[in-house]
Write a protein that binds this ligand. Structure first.
Ligand SMILES: [Zn+2]
Length: 69
């Protein structure tokens, strides 16, 4: 069962890396309309989890966008 546990840990690491990579692969000019940052979870929405992060960022900034778009 030791082997199985090790494999689970590897999978966990892999999925974290994939999330990081997905930020780096964002289109270059994308940034969050609320905090203005790029390569963040809220910068570009290509998944449900990132939609959540964007929603949290919007709340944090009282739904005020930096640039009207
Ligand atoms: Zn943001």
């Amino acid at each position: 069962m030791n082997h199985r546990k090790h494999k689970q840990q590897q999978n966990l690491k892999k999925s974290k890396k994939e999330i990081y990579k997905s930020y780096a692969n964002d289109p270059l000019d994308t940034k969050c309309p609320y905090c203005g940052q790029s390569e963040k979870g809220c910068s570009f929405i290509n998944s449900l989890s990132r939609a959540w992060i964007r929603g949290a960022c919007a709340k944090k900034h009282n739904n005020i966008r930096l640039e009207p778009n």
